[in-house]
Design a protein around this ligand. Sequence first.
Ligand SMILES: [Zn+2]
Length: 242
Amino acid sequence: MKLTVLGCGDAFGNGGRNHSSFLLTDENEHVLVDCGASALIRLKHESIKLEEISTIIISHFHGDHYGGIPFFLISSLFEQPRKSPLTIVGPPGIKNKIYALQEAMYEGTGDKLDQLTITYLEYGVEPIILEGKRITSKPVEHAPQSLPHGIRLEWKNKVFAFSGDTSWTNNLIELCDGADLFVCECNFLREQAFGHLCYDELVERKNQLNCENIWLSHMGSEVLNLETSVFNKLDDGKKIIF
Ligand SMILES: [Zn+2]
């Protein structure tokens, strides 16, 4: 399994980084976890054909995590006409949220989405089983209106875990238990505000996380400037085989 980091920045673009988006690849199939506003640009940079992306998984309804979907979809309609089905997985209400965003950004294109074969799947209590993928979601602690979730994707005998945006929650322990790779947000250095993790707390709680391969994402300027050997820090464009 290969992870390509399309974007690991925060909402404010600190460090000149792109919005949240992670591409997982096995042979010729790609799964996109988060589709922040810059995702299409970064997919072009990596020469990825949109048709080869079978599934988009969205952690929550904030623009730096799902704001790239309208660009992805207008490209799939007009530029790289898509024939293969696409599955979009996310919090409850995802179909309506995407339609509304599509209309807000490109008025009149919302109804054109019917020309694409899109299946929308919503997070629930049970994991989603989808063509060899098992997607488990857990609610996390972030702006409640954004319906925030952390994600655990089991695919081809590998486990990829993603915190989404969150303050500390014990659900992270379950999501990353035994994961081959855990991408964990770390917006702040010290506790600052509800809704995001801080480095100090992660260091304190590291031994609660049963994962040897933890990479930090969604870093604000203080964490970006921090030298640390405790955790790995992601970069846009970084590729990790796991
Ligand atoms: Zn957020």
